[in-house]
Design a protein around this ligand. Structure first.
Ligand code: CA
Ligand code: CA
Length: 288
């Protein structure tokens, strides 16, 4: 593509690229007399699809829209927010305690690949005993990843806390990439009388995805050559490897503007002799 102007801008956006493919870029400058040689190539970059959160209304700014509620005490929208003005309230802060669950759930389609991280914030309260994990037997807060048919794939946490502070929880859900799963958040109540209620505010449920595709290495730098007798010793600095180990280098001698045959790696072999018209040792025609 061509960038024009007076003077022309020194940046531009190249569109129409394929996500997941590594690209490098070179630039030439043109004036009234002609066009420059191309620049060295940029470091490689790999465009990726913009991954908006696949969780709808994860900030509960639209009440409980897009969430399914369940249990003996259905959760309600709350204005006790971690961010924004809304959250979900699971369980109940006061009043007669029912026996059973209070949950919200949403089915999401996980990204096809990459590292997928679930994050959410919860603010736990209880008048019942505190506990953690399998020791919980009265009231508790919990989060699970389930199949769409209800089978538990992972228990993210299970505890009963009265910290009353917004607490972040995050988990790597990459194992479920490409699947439809249910995010399930619950407060369990033991129906005690007199009531010892338990409740939890839930907010900012997000799923982020990052792609870790390896790319081609950057260009080697600091290339120097020392002349010898019909040979030259070439050395260089290894570049960033793009996330995949470098397996070879190729060294191409140039005589003037003409690229000659490449030397294979490793570079212990002297480069081909310089061109000599009519000589039987002249190297072959340049290859791309
Ligand atoms: Ca919110
Ligand atoms: Ca209780």
């Amino acid at each position: 593509m061509t960038v024009t102007g007076t003077p022309p801008a020194t940046n531009t956006t190249v569109t129409g690229l394929t996500n997941g493919t590594a690209y490098t870029f070179t630039v030439t400058a043109t004036n009234a007399i002609g066009t420059s040689p191309a620049s060295l190539a940029s470091a490689p970059v790999t465009p990726t699809a913009t991954t908006a959160s696949t969780i709808a209304n994860g900030g509960f700014e639209s009440g409980l829209t897009s969430w399914t509620t369940g249990g003996v005490k259905a959760p309600v929208a709350s204005t006790v927010a971690h961010t924004g003005t809304g959250s979900a309230l699971l369980g109940l802060p006061s009043g007669t305690e029912p026996l059973g669950d209070s949950n919200v759930a949403q089915t999401i389609t996980m990204p096809a690949s990459g590292t997928s991280t679930l994050s959410f914030w919860y603010q736990p309260h209880t008048a019942d005993d505190t506990c953690s994990g399998t020791t919980c037997k009265y009231d508790w807060m919990e989060a699970q990843v389930r199949t769409t048919s209800g089978t538990v794939l992972a228990s993210l946490f299970k505890l009963c806390s009265n910290s009353g502070t917004w607490t972040q929880f995050s988990a790597d859900l990459s194992a479920y990439d490409g699947q439809s799963v249910v995010l399930w958040f619950n407060v369990h109540l033991d129906g005690s009388s007199p009531a010892d209620d338990t409740w939890m505010y839930l907010d900012d449920v997000t799923l982020t995805n990052s792609q870790t595709t390896a790319t081609a290495p950057a260009a080697p730098t600091a290339v120097t050559a020392t002349a010898g007798n019909a040979s030259a010793t070439v050395s260089w600095t290894a570049p960033a490897n793009g996330g995949s180990a470098i397996t070879s280098y190729a060294v191409t001698p140039h005589a003037g503007a003409t690229a000659l045959a490449r030397s294979p790696s490793p570079e212990t072999r002297p480069p081909p002799a310089p061109p000599s018209p009519g000589s039987p040792t002249a190297p072959p025609t340049p290859s791309p």
